[in-house]
Design a protein around this ligand. Structure first.
Ligand code: S3P
Length: 449
């Protein structure tokens, strides 16, 4: 239930080298899915390394409201006693998903094929975001929805009493939509098929298989065709959540632009559907290596080592990579400001409907800090100024968006004058230890009145 508190103005300033080890929190996408699938299994799922950010805590609260027993065992360990596929109870009150698009969209999918009625709401950011992308396919299962104009929250979903399976081609590259359809398919008889033209993060498919569902993916001319057999009995699991590459992006990018830095970010999940940023940074000339590469729980994992990279160059980012780094464009645009030449980012219309319009939020703040940016509906270009030549000095609006707030604080660590954000509060949604972690590495971050 983020975004309800008083704003927390923050700023960052130039600092000495960033050095040391950055233990970033658990993966947000995997944490949501572990709680939701745990709640849909029969018996006790045990989770370690859960991200205890507000987004995920809102999902934990929601799962309790649907009848699952969700217990915080301390130190990132949680247990979930699930109620089984089709076993959700009707919540007694409105489900508040706070800031989390992933939370609300996945939970809507999970309940849409049960005969219960649920009203969803969120904070000012979430209540602006489009939900039709999820309610359209859920209607095909037989669910009904009533929301505000433009398909916005608050919204009531009447789950289908007699759901039918669905074959659905996802019109936008979105793992949330794909996952909502798969979760709805769990309680429909027969086979539900989701087709995606561009590969998006595949944590749902992997975890569904782990819980014992029959799910297969075929790569065809249409794209990735994912087939799920409905009404399985999900078996509870032991899940160790890997650390979040999207959170790792912040200390990694900071190390690349702050002179003298050398930072190790251990145990980062490098699922290919998530690792596009790191490939892009290497193309820009980043001194970024993967150490101790290994497989853990079927997912590729490595320790990332990032060192100051004085000769970064702008590049044209391959649009094919967009889905695999969609959450990382804001912080990439900060690195691009310190690179020589232009960084061109195309095929990124989805950035306009995230927690904020991320192209607009970053372009406005970068311009205020002396960096030239051009933008259009689905593209933007950052005109890099090169190392040592980014003025800084401005206050930026974070628009209730954690990644915008963190990106501008990273900018301030290497700009010539400090950079402020109007509200760092949203950082707690995904990376609650951002501030102490960055400070331990040597960053100068402060809270201002
Ligand atoms: C997520 C999918 C992405 C991403 C979000 C997490 C997920 O959203 O931006 O932070 O866990 O499925 P879209 O599905 O809207 O692309």
């Amino acid at each position: 239930m983020s975004g309800h508190g008083t704003p927390i103005p923050m700023s960052s300033a130039k600092c000495g080298p960033l050095t040391g080890i950055a233990n970033v929190p658990g993966d947000k996408s995997i944490s949501h899915r572990a709680l939701i699938l745990g709640a849909m299994a029969v018996g006790e799922t045990h989770i370690t390394g859960l991200l205890e950010g507000e987004d995920v805590l809102d999902t934990a609260r929601a799962m309790r409201a649907f009848g699952a027993e969700v217990t915080d065992l301390g130190g990132g360990a949680w247990s979930v006693h699930g109620v089984g596929v089709g076993g959700f109870a009707e919540p007694e009150n409105v489900i508040d998903c706070g800031n989390s698009g992933t939370g609300v969209r996945l939970i809507m999918g999970a309940m849409a094929t049960s005969p219960i009625t649920v009203t969803f709401t969120g904070d000012a950011s979430l209540n602006k975001r489009p939900m039709a992308r999820v309610t359209d396919p859920l209607a095909l299962f037989g669910a009904q929805t009533v929301g505000r104009a433009g398909g916005r929250l608050p919204m009531t979903v009447v789950g289908a009493a007699n759901p039918v399976p669905v074959r659905y081609a996802v019109p936008v590259p979105s793992a949330q939509v794909k996952s909502a359809v798969l979760l709805a398919g769990l309680n429909a008889p027969g086979q539900t098929v989701v087709i995606e033209r561009e590969a998006t993060r595949d944590h749902s498919e992997r975890m569904l298989a782990g819980f014992g569902a029959e799910v297969s993916t075929e790569v065809t001319e249409e794209g990735r065709v994912i087939t799920l057999t409905g009404q399985p009995e999900l078996r509870p699991q032991v899940i160790d959540v890997p650390r979040d590459p999207s959170s790792a992006a912040f200390p990694v990018c900071a190390a690349l632009i702050v002179p003298g830095s050398d930072v190790l970010v251990p145990n980062i999940g490098l699922n290919p559907t998530r690792a596009g940023l790191f490939a892009t940074l290497r193309e820009m000339g980043a001194d970024l290596s993967y150490e101790n590469e290994r497989l853990e729980g079927g997912e590729p994992v490595a320790d990332l080592r990032a060192r100051f990279s004085p000769n970064l160059k702008g590049i044209e980012v391959d649009p094919v990579r967009a889905a695999s780094m969609i959450d990382e464009y804001p912080v990439l645009s900060v690195v691009a400001a310190f690179a020589a030449g232009d960084t061109v980012m195309r095929g990124v219309a989805e950035l306009r409907v995230k927690e904020s319009d991320r192209i607009d939020a970053m372009a406005t703040g970068l311009r205020a800090n002396g960096v030239e940016v051009e933008d259009g509906p689905d593209w933007w270009i950052v005109h890099g100024r090169g190392h040592g030549d980014v003025p800084g000095g401005a206050t930026c609006a974070s628009h209730l968006d954690h990644r915008i707030a963190m990106s501008f604080l990273i900018l301030g660590m290497a700009a010539n004058a400090p950079v402020a954000v109007d509200d760092g509060g949203p950082i707690a949604t995904s990376f609650p230890i951002f501030e102490p972690l960055m400070r331990d590495l040597g960053a100068a971050i402060s809270r201002s009145a």
